[in-house]
Write a protein that binds this ligand. Sequence first.
Ligand SMILES: [Zn+2]
Length: 65
Amino acid sequence: MAEKKFIKVRKIKGKFIKIKCPDCNSEQVTFVKASSHVNCSVCGAKLAEPTGGNVAISGEIVGEI
Ligand SMILES: [Zn+2]
């Protein structure tokens, strides 16, 4: 599997973000300042990793909550 590029989330209005999994297109909600890795609940792909501030994500943000 190719190495994914993780991009830190910029300032957002909400506390949670909805991420679209790049592998299976399912959507998952996660805390924007999550302190642990976030894996897709469907396929297990790593969607987000902690940075100390906002998480860095590999998918696409499709919503803010
Ligand atoms: Zn997935």
